[in-house]
Design a protein around this ligand. Structure first.
Ligand SMILES: [Zn+2]
Length: 210
């Protein structure tokens, strides 16, 4: 099920008040149009008739039934409570959803990235490993770039990684690199805890250290 509410927003440029729809939970199958906006990075954007556009920040639960996955986008302050709630769901299995994949992310970019990964039927753990390796390489080649964020996305059929920092860079993931890592780590990935809620570069770094 999807859930949304209408809120008032005041344009920071012209001061005009507009109604906007804020999504609290978004079901990929029931709301394909909004799912596409999430994939395109426009779901949180509000454009005023004056031409000014603003990013609206609101937490969101993204539910992909086909992939049996729920991604919670919450503030860093709310992450711990979300963890507790998800552990409760798993423990009591009230909704018959204990075997679902649950993820917590604390940035809109990371939410969009998870949605793209689901849409492309990839394993986010393998994507983080791929990101980790390419990050190490790009950081060595471009120490001046001061990379702060590493994001997976796709364009047409290409799989890409975007590096954000003092300068933005995009790298194409070499053909077969995802598959190579997928095969190489398949046994170990099958063994690790499936209840892990945070799958990000930090997770990849710890996984590779073990
Ligand atoms: Zn305006």
């Amino acid at each position: 099920m999807s859930k949304s509410k209408i809120e008032k927003v005041i344009c920071p440029q012209c001061g005009k008040e507009s109604d906007i729809r804020i999504w609290e939970s978004l079901n990929a199958e029931m709301n394909p149009k909004e799912k596409q906006q999430l994939l395109d990075g426009t779901l949180f954007k509000f454009s005023c008739p004056c031409g000014c556009s603003t990013v609206i920040d609101a937490s969101l639960l993204y539910h992909n039934m086909t992939k049996q996955t729920m991604v919670y986008y919450v503030s860093e302050e709310a992450a711990e409570d979300t963890e507790k709630m998800l552990n409760d769901i798993r423990q009591h299995d009230e909704f018959g959803m204990k075997d679902y994949n649950y993820r917590i992310v604390t940035s809109q970019n990371a939410l969009r990235e998870k949605a793209i990964i689901l849409e492309n039927d990839l394993d986010d753990r393998v994507v983080e490993l791929v990101k980790f390796f390419l990050y190490a390489y790009v950081r060595d080649q471009h120490p001046e770039a001061e990379i702060t964020e590493v994001l997976f996305f796709t364009d047409a059929e290409k799989r890409l990684i975007q590096f954000l920092g003092s300068e933005a860079m995009t790298v194409v993931i070499p053909d077969g690199f995802y598959e190579k890592n997928h095969n190489q780590y398949a046994d170990r990935l099958a063994e690790v805890d499936k209840k892990e809620l945070y799958i990000d570069l930090m997770w990849a770094s710890l996984f590779l250290k073990e």
